[in-house]
Design a protein around this ligand. Sequence first.
Ligand code: 5GP
Ligand code: ZN
Length: 109
Amino acid sequence: MKDCIFCKIINKQIPAKIVFENEDVVAFHDINPKAKVHVLIVPKEHREGLSALKKDDALSVGKLMVNIPAVAKQVNLKDFRVVINNGKEAGQTVFHLHVHLMSCDGLLA
Ligand code: 5GP
Ligand code: ZN
């Protein structure tokens, strides 16, 4: 998606501290961390957010979810918090679906 900052990170057009990548997701450190460990997990397929999902997206969202423990392991988190902001009022600022993966000291993003 043109002009999407997370698509640009996925396509390596802008740099990010990537901690995990496979065919489905990319995970990288948040530029403005709200916990000691704060990583964003992003599906490679662009979706605006939870509200934009259709039934057909079940597989792609499932793949996003099942990759969370592998990313957590990569950044040495045994227990962790996960947040998805949906919509401006909820604090969503980047309109490419993403999971915030945070250590337990983190504020809810
Ligand atoms: P949201 O507010 O949409 O739930 O989360 C977006 C997150 O993306 C924020 O925590 C913000 O700090 C992070 N972010 C925004 N732009 C960039 C960027 O260019 N690189 C990285 N690594 N994180 C970003
Ligand atoms: Zn995107």
